[in-house]
Each structure stands twice: as structure tokens, then as C-alpha cells.
Design a protein around this ligand. Structure first.
Ligand code: PLP
Length: 394
């Protein structure tokens, strides 16, 4: 055993809570999406929210090897983190605003712009710093968050065109319902509105190099002949954004969340368990295990109907989820003992699988919310093939 194997060896790791991120699976997802999408599509990897709760630092560099040349940050702060840890690809900021102009220009981020004040601020700053900044004009077509109106687009793009310090590299919009079967028409309406703006710009002699509208669902489910770039978040992590996408492209799950049993107690029938005594032990000699993960770690109260897997068997959560602990019933798992591994989601060695989507459905929330809310106390263990390449607390 080499020294670094020892350092990353899980059995020597004192943190019971580990999110295993399988980088090889992410690499495969990039491959499969590239094979599936038309070859003209440039793929931006969305690494916001700590790469959906995984680890943006390791992922950024890994994706470079997988041929991704641009990564997306939600905001300036994230983009600065990306840069600080040495992500070498272009960094695209999904939204910025005038007070951030100096940092944006200084660091050479590529940014979405959608109003005159922002364009003005970036132009002034770029001139001051003697730089040329790449910008993508963002048009509002139905998301109702950011973006100029289709009408303003021509004026704003000429404003950018006239600046010696700004380069209009792209035109973008954002689909709000691409994962909704019943709202397919609406996504086509958004796309049509986007194409109309593109035509108006072309009539003015302005032809942005990159045109992008789609997130994971949009990219997988819609034919978008005018687009040559997609912004992929969820699908990278091997989670299909909707049922139809699942039928269209096979993705590899890459996440498993593990913990360990830290205590087992036996109680008699009628004994209360947890805050509010919401659960009473149902039978004599019930074995209750304590798992050291709680709502601070992102296992919120709304998931309390879940079961964990111990030795390949189901251990249902009992009582309320605490901040740091969850109790579960292991009476029917006689071999369960202190220190044993607990699978919260992912695959176990018995061939069982629990998906993050299962938790999202239980909690009535978006699966992105479930995975990106996994807390900072959980150690992220990033593995390539079967060896861990890096392991870090976030
Ligand atoms: C988060 C985000 C994406 C990625 O969405 P997924 O559905 O997770 O692929 C793409 N574009 C924008 C503007 C976003 O905010």
C-alpha cells in the first residue's frame, strides 16, 4: 500500500459521513451526452452550488480532461472560487450586476448581460483596465428572472458592438419548463422567440458565435437547430431530469451517501423515540440504531419516511430527524452492530439501489435541492475508477 492510498483509505477516515462521487461515471455522462447531442454543441458544465453539492474543485479539473472547455458559475463569488482553486477553463457567470464589474473584468470572466447599466459598467471598467471582455446577451423569453426583452435586444447588442472593450460572443435565454411533458409547446414558444431575436440581430449584421438556451432537459429533449451550445447541470451527475430524458439517453449515477451506526440500543414496547415522542417502540426488544447524520447535513424532516440500507436490508427511520442524528429500526437486521456501514442513497454491494430522486419524491422537492443541500460536514470522496483521487471536506 502506497502512502497516498493510506491517506485516502476510507477505513482510516474518521468521518462517518461520506458522499462518494464517482468521477468515472461523470466522465461517461459527458461522453454519452456528447454522442447523443449534435456535434456542433459546445457543452458548458454547470458547477454552481459546489457542483450540485459534490466538489467543484476536483470536478472542474477532471472535466477539463473530459473535454469541457467552459464551466458555469451562479455568481461572481463562485467564479472567484473557481479561479482561486485553479480551474483552467473559461468561467461563465450566469448573472452579474454593475457593482461587480471591476472583478468581472479583472478576472476575465465571460458574463451574461441583459441591461444598459450593466453593459455600461462593464464597458467603463474594461476600458479602464485596458481589456476586452466577452459577453453573452441574455434574452427573456418566459423564465421571468433575467434577460432583456426581445425588443431591447437589438439596441443592447449594438451598444455592445460599438464598444471597443466588449465582445458580443453569445446570445442566450433560459427554458423554464423543458422538463415538463405537458408544457412542451411552451418550450417551443420560448425557442421560437429566441430565434426571432437571433434573426433581428442577423438583419443588423450581428451574428453571435454561441447561441444557447437549454439546460439538461432542454438539451436532451428538444431539437434546437439554431443553438450550438448547451448548459448542462443535473445530467452530468447522472440524474435524469425527467422521465422522457431517461428514455432518450442512459446516464450513470455517480453519487452514493454513506454513514455508520454509532449506537444501538434495545427498548421495550411503548418506549418513546426522539423529539416530541412521535414514535413509540412497537414491540419488545426493538433495536434502535443511531446514525450520525441529520437535518444540518441536508437530511431534512421531509424525508423521514425513508429507510436506509444496512447489510443490504431496510432500516426504516423512526421518530423525528434531529439536527445531527437519525434513529432507525434495525430489529430485523440482527447482524447490525456499531460501526457498520449505512447506505443512505446510491448502490450497495448487495445490488440494491436507492436514487437521490427517491428522496426528492418523498420530500416533494426538486432532486437538485436534495443533492445540493447535503451539508458541509459530509466528506466528499471523489473516486476515479475504484481508487479515490481526492477526498476533502468542503
Ligand atoms: C442551473 C442552470 C442550468 C443547469 O440546469 P440543469 O437542469 O441542472 O441542467 C442551466 N442554465 C441556467 C441559466 C441555470 O441557472
Amino acid at each position: 500500500m502506497k502512502k497516498e492510498d493510506f491517506a485516502f483509505s476510507e477505513s482510516k477516515d474518521c468521518n462517518p459521513n461520506r458522499l462518494i462521487v464517482d468521477l468515472s461515471a461523470i466522465g461517461k455522462n459527458v461522453e454519452r451526452l456528447k454522442q447523443y447531442l449534435p456535434p456542433r454543441m459546445r457543452m458548458m458544465a454547470i458547477l454552481k452550488a459546489n457542483a450540485y453539492g459534490t466538489n467543484y474543485a476536483v470536478l472542474g479539473n477532471y472535466l477539463k480532461e473530459a473535454g469541457i472547455d467552459i464551466v458555469g458559475a451562479a455568481n461572481l463569488i463562485e467564479a472567484l472560487f473557481f479561479k482561486k482553486i485553479g480551474i483552467q477553463q473559461e468561467i461563465f457567470i450566469l448573472h452579474t450586476y454593475p457593482p461587480e464589474a471591476a472583478w468581472v473584468v479583472e478576472n476575465g470572466f465571460v458574463v451574461a448581460v441583459d441591461d444598459a447599466d450593466l453593459i455600461e459598467a462593464l464597458q467603463t471598467e474594461a476600458k479602464k483596465q485596458q481589456k476586452i471582455l466577452k459577453v453573452h446577451l441574455k434574452v427573456e423569453t418566459g423564465m421571468g428572472r433575467f434577460g432583456c426583452t426581445p425588443k431591447e435586444a437589438v439596441e443592447l447588442s449594438s451598444m455592445i458592438k460599438q464598444s471597443d472593450h466588449l465582445f458580443l460572443e453569445g446570445l442566450s435565454t433560459h427554458f423554464s419548463c423543458a422538463d415538463r411533458e405537458e408544457k412542451e409547446d411552451f418550450t417551443y414558444e420560448q425557442y421560437t422567440a429566441f430565434c426571432k431575436v437571433l434573426r433581428l440581430l442577423r438583419n443588423e449584421g450581428i451574428d453571435p458565435i454561441y447561441r444557447h438556451a437549454a439546460n439538461s432537459s432542454g438539451a436532451i429533449r428538444f431539437d434546437l437547430p439554431e443553438c450550438n451550445m448547451v448548459r448542462i447541470g443535473l445530467a452530468l451527475y447522472g440524474i435524469e431530469p425527467d422521465q422522457r430524458s431517461k428514455e432518450l439517453v442512459a446516464l450513470e449515477p455517480c453519487l452514493s451517501l454513506l454513514s455508520r451506526i454509532v449506537k444501538i440500543s434495545t427498548y421495550e414496547k411503548g418506549h418513546p423515540i426522539g423529539y416530541g415522542s412521535t414514535y413509540m417502540v412497537q414491540r419488545d426488544k426493538e433495536k434502535i440504531a443511531v446514525i450520525p447524520i441529520g437535518y444540518f447535513d441536508g437530511i431534512h424532516q421531509q424525508y423521514r419516511e425513508a429507510s436506509f440500507l444496512i447489510h443490504g436490508k431496510k432500516a426504516p427511520i423512526v421518530g423525528k430527524i434531529c439536527m445531527d442524528y437519525i434513529m432507525c429500526d434495525v430489529t430485523d437486521i440482527p447482524e447490525a452492530k456499531m460501526g457498520d456501514e449505512v447506505l443512505i442513497f446510491g448502490k450497495d454491494s448487495y445490488g440494491n439501489e436507492i436514487s437521490p430522486q427517491f428522496f426528492a419524491d418523498l420530500g416533494g422537492c426538486d432532486v437538485r435541492q436534495f443533492i445540493c443541500c447535503l451539508g458541509p460536514r459530509i466528506k466528499r470522496v471523489l473516486r476515479s475508477e475504484r481508487r479515490p483521487v481526492v477526498s476533502s471536506a468542503v
